[in-house]
Ligand binder design. Sequence first.
Ligand SMILES: CC(C)(COP(=O)(O)OP(=O)(O)OC[C@H]1O[C@@H](n2cnc3c(N)ncnc32)[C@H](O)[C@@H]1OP(=O)(O)O)[C@@H](O)C(=O)NCCC(=O)NCCS
Length: 105
Amino acid sequence: MAYSGIVPAYQRRGIYGAFLRAFLPYLHALGYERVTSNHMVNNRLVLIAKLKAGFFITGVTLDERYGAQVTLTHFFYPDRRTGFARAYSVEDYSGAPDYRGLLTN
Ligand SMILES: CC(C)(COP(=O)(O)OP(=O)(O)OC[C@H]1O[C@@H](n2cnc3c(N)ncnc32)[C@H](O)[C@@H]1OP(=O)(O)O)[C@@H](O)C(=O)NCCC(=O)NCCS
């Protein structure tokens, strides 16, 4: 996904969240395996909206135009989500939030 935006007068009304709830299943039905996107680190609204929609933080890059970027990935298939969680989860005793519930979605 790249360069999506909501007209300012209509922001913060749930339009983007509703768009993701419709668009992601559509892409899944088309056969896509994953969706990735890059965001400026201070764009809290889009980061929160994407995390709520099931995206994971999968990388950080430096862009010559926009500076530090967070890469987000939405895995459509549970085995991909499980593989990602296995690779990067910390042990239970660390006090980290348990997000394994996301793996069954
Ligand atoms: C980022 C953007 C696309 C989000 O669109 P939006 O329609 O405003 O987003 P939503 O209203 O669906 O809100 C998404 C989340 O933001 C938060 N949010 C919504 N209204 C809020 C408010 N009044 N106060 C604080 N947070 C709020 C919530 O976490 C919300 O999730 P929820 O609906 O599950 O509670 C939009 O703000 C935008 O176009 N920004 C400028 C362009 C841009 O930055 N695009 C992305 C480039 S990578």
